[in-house]
Design a protein. Structure first.
Length: 135
């Protein structure tokens, strides 16, 4: 099986309009997927919206973490951890999550367990980084 990481960024001009210039806002996300070539076995997703004015993160909004779906033989068992550091009013904010997927068969039950984790770090200048892995 293969693992892949996807990411996305979306500007939010309407959200930024509530703040004085030069504040801008965007939503960023990271997805970790496990595939076997033909099927996506599981897909784990995290999103964070943030506003920034060049020197600090001045607002956080629209956080979401979720199972984006499972393929044949895989079950979503839930979130098992969440962590964060920094925050609104600071230079940076980091947020992470970890989920649990189980690979199961009728004969053997659930013998394979994957614990993917996702992390986003957003900065006061609008830059951001993503990280992901399997715990």
């Amino acid at each position: 099986s293969m693992l892949e990481t996807l990411w996305a960024e979306q500007e939010d001009a309407a959200t930024a309009a509530a703040f004085a210039y030069p504040t801008r806002c965007k939503r960023v996300s990271v997805t970790r997927k496990k595939t076997n070539g033909a099927w996506t076995l599981w897909s784990y997703y995290q999103r964070q919206g943030f506003c920034h004015n060049g020197s600090k993160v001045n607002s956080l909004y629209d956080y979401l973490r979720r199972n984006n779906g499972t393929g044949p033989g895989w079950e979503w068992k839930g979130h098992v951890a969440k962590w964060s550091a920094g925050g609104a009013g600071k230079w940076s904010y980091t947020v992470g999550t970890q989920g649990h997927y189980a690979g199961c068969t009728i004969v053997t039950g659930c013998l394979v367990n994957d614990y993917p984790w996702l992390q986003l770090k957003v900065l006061g200048n609008g830059a951001w980084t993503k990280a992901s892995g399997i715990g």
